[in-house]
Ligand binder design. Structure first.
Ligand code: IPD
Ligand code: CA
Ligand code: CA
Length: 274
């Protein structure tokens, strides 16, 4: 590993230690909007990560979810999600992680996702491959939607505007199933390592996607927007990530859904037989 991935992995482990200590103390949560949770663990993890990044790479810019940002014209920019899966964490549901990624001149060059609940460290570097606890990883070989397992997510912000339930239903009908784990970075890591064939979500932020995107691409996967256009970290908030093999049929299904030609109809509640 280069110094970037290695340092980021070390910092992610340290931040996860802070998070796990706070979990043991059963801390509460606050609301950031009408349903968006934040905890002291998010804030303390971010303070630690950003202090360590400033110390290790003083010329780099930082974009961090809880606002500990730093500007710089060095061309290097870190994206930091100090706790991805806060709602899970706040409820004691063990699916969350610490993630950060580095961009140079608008191209991702390194990313890490650390899941302390399973002690799983995912790392990737541009043209250097993707790894899980040091073992090279790659996407699954499944070729058909019918043989695929998916994950998706529903952001807590502006829930009433989210159309994802339509996509959820169609994919759930056609595939082996759709999981909703509550941590976008872990969903992406799982596509990269072959535990899932695909993941999609509307309304993500760059720090949710950055590390998972480079991990996925280094593992042989494909990331686009919902219409198949190249995915851009800042301007594309909607992401479809797959093992590459099922990308085209997933996009075809998405086009049907967008055009109101969904193959499966949601049954009327009135048809329910007790
Ligand atoms: C959230 C999680 C969740 C996804 C949301 C994200 P946070 O991140 O990744 O799975 O559905 O869109 O905002 O707020 O827990 O860091
Ligand atoms: Ca997140
Ligand atoms: Ca977060």
């Amino acid at each position: 590993m280069t110094k970037y991935a290695e340092t980021a992995a070390q910092i992610a482990r340290e931040a996860a230690g802070i998070i796990e200590d706070l979990r043991a103390q059963k801390i509460g949560f606050e609301l950031k909007g009408d349903a968006d949770l934040v905890t002291i663990a998010d804030r303390q993890s971010e303070l630690h990560i950003t202090a360590r990044l400033r110390q290790a790479f003083p010329t780099h810019a930082i974009v961090a979810e809880e606002g500990n940002n730093k500007s710089s014209d060095s061309g290097y920019r870190w994206y930091v999600d100090p706790l991805d899966g806060t709602t899970n964490f706040a409820h004691g549901y063990p699916v969350y992680n610490v993630t950060m990624a580095l961009e140079k001149d608008n191209e991702l060059i390194a990313g890490v996702i650390y899941d302390p609940t399973r002690d799983e460290m995912f790392t990737a570097e541009k043209s250097g491959g993707a790894y899980l606890n040091g073992e090279r990883l790659s996407v699954s070989k499944a070729q058909r939607l019918e043989d695929s397992l998916f994950a998706t997510g529903f952001p807590s912000r502006k829930r009433h505007q989210n159309i994802n339930i339509h996509f959820y239903y169609q994919l759930a009908m056609i595939s082996h199933g759709v999981r909703r784990g509550g941590s976008a970075a872990i969903d992406l890591a799982y596509v990269a390592c072959g535990r899932l064939e695909g993941f999609w979500e509307f309304g993500l932020n760059p720090w949710d996607m950055a590390a998972g995107k480079i991990l996925l691409e280094e593992a042989g996967g494909t990331a686009t927007d919902m219409h198949g256009a190249p995915h851009h970290l800042i301007t594309s908030r909607n992401l479809l990530a797959t093992n590459s093999h099922i990308h085209t049929p997933t996009l075809a299904l998405f086009e049907d859904i967008f055009s109101d030609r969904s193959p499966f109809r949601i049954p009327e509640v009135s048809t329910y037989q007790r």
